[in-house]
Design a protein around this ligand. Structure first.
Ligand SMILES: [Zn+2]
Ligand SMILES: [Zn+2]
Length: 417
């Protein structure tokens, strides 16, 4: 454990001004060339090239396209900094000069900001290694949006085969639609667990005029869709939070044929492991019970398509790192925010190491536009959210704030010398 005798961020951050033009160019280049989940080869190659130049031991191809850099710099804690690399299947409509060159692909969640800031911090921490002691691990993961990039790196032996030393703490950030230059934090559960399920209900098909010869899977699945809404209303305590949404329902092709199956897909969000377990068990129970109630010829098939755990910030690490943030940025630029219903897989990198996590949000919107929208009560209308075809963080001061935050947080957890 660190002796909390921390290096001063100012000494390590001093070269940042001279590096900013290059970081802005890197960000704009990544933004022009977005790559979807598990296809981040160009981004990964650039990360690996730069990390090698900064003096890191680099490993590529972890879990597909994942990249790590390790800098062993004397005794002390192992600190892991993480960025995600993937873009989304969105066609950009932002009008910025560095817009995506590829229709149907866009960095609409700001992962290009994350990659740029982590490379900037990796550079400064390597150049400033005389000021700290310990081991730094920087990690670029694929496929955060698909929910299985961190899992793929772990399954490929990230810690198990010792591709990197097991971290004592995991630090990560995500750019969000509030004023650039600001940092927001949420102690405890900060992002929801998300489970996507596909349920196939089996009936017996037949002529639409003779329903008595069939088992109608549409009626069966429709009963499930109705009843599953009772889970949150009737089985979860009022002080807990959960969302169950059926977002897809496919069955049949024509009016006079009763099909033999119906397929529904649903999304379950929760902020507590016990609530998550209870909701998933209730969904399973209701699906099977509705199938039985209809006299289905076989049990429904219930498949988990993806699963994000709850993202939980360690309150002690958060409080200590926030002291560094407020010293660096001033109290008015660091504020508490409520949990988000979005989801993240960064927490897996921490839980697999039994290490604490601190994951904060980084403002990315033009500060003047944000203030104007806030004053007019028009944030939802005027400021695009992540995944919007207009969500493009401004390069400055987003990038310097992101580099400063990662660097200061790492120095907070490493030993000083
Ligand atoms: Zn996203
Ligand atoms: Zn994201």
């Amino acid at each position: 454990m660190s002796d909390r005798d921390q290096a001063l961020p100012s000494a390590v951050l001093a070269p940042l001004d001279a590096r900013l033009a290059d970081l802005v160019a890197l960000y704009e280049d990544l933004h022009r060339h977005p790559e979807l989940a598990f296809q981040e080869t160009r981004t990964a190659a650039e990360a690996a090239r730069r990390l090698t130049a900064y003096g890191y031991d680099v490993t590529t191809g972890i879990g597909g396209t994942g990249v790590t850099g390790v800098l062993r710099n004397g005794p002390g804690p192992v600190v892991l900094l993480r960025a995600d690399m993937d873009a989304l299947p969105v066609t950009e409509n932002s009008g910025v000069p560095y817009a995506s060159t590829l229709p149907g692909r866009m960095h609409a969640c700001g992962h290009d900001v994350h990659v740029t800031c982590l490379l900037g911090a990796a550079d400064l921490l390597a150049a400033g290694r005389a000021h700290w002691s310990g081991t730094l691990v920087v990690l670029f993961q694929p496929a955060e949006e698909a929910g299985n990039g961190a899992r793929a790196m772990l399954d490929d032996g990230l810690y198990g085969k010792g591709l990197v030393p097991t971290p004592d703490v995991v630090l990560a950030q995500h750019v969000a639609p509030f004023g650039a230059g600001l940092i927001a934090y949420c102690p405890g559960a900060c992002m929801a667990a998300a489970d996507t399920l596909e349920i196939t209900f089996h009936g017996t098909g037949g002529h639409g005029s003779r329903p008595e010869t069939t088992v109608d899977p549409i009626l069966m699945a429709a009963a499930f869709v109705q009843r599953v809404q009772s889970v949150v209303a009737r089985e979860i305590a009022a002080k807990e939070q959960a969302v169950v949404t059926v977002g897809s329902f496919h069955a049949g092709d024509t009016a006079n044929v009763i099909p033999d199956r119906a397929v529904v897909r649903l999304s379950v969000r929760s902020f507590d492991q016990n609530v998550r377990t209870a909701v998933l068990a209730a969904v399973d129970r209701i699906a099977r019970a509705e199938a039985a109630a209809s006299g289905a010829p076989r049990e429904p098939e219930i498949k988990a398509l993806d699963a994000f755990p709850v993202t939980v910030n360690d309150t002690a690490v958060l409080a200590e790192v926030n002291e560094s943030f407020t010293r660096l940025f001033g109290e008015q630029r660091v504020f508490a925010y409520e949990p988000a219903t979005g989801s993240e897989d960064a927490g897996l990198l921490a839980s697999a190491a039994e290490a604490p996590l601190y994951y904060w949000w980084l403002g990315g919107w033009d500060p003047d536009e944000f203030r104007t929208a806030l004053a007019a009560g028009r944030l939802a209308q005027d400021i695009p959210s992540n995944h919007s075809p207009q969500f493009v963080p401004v390069p400055r001061p987003t990038l310097e704030t992101g580099v400063q935050a990662l660097t200061a947080a790492a120095l907070n957890r490493l030993d000083g010398v």
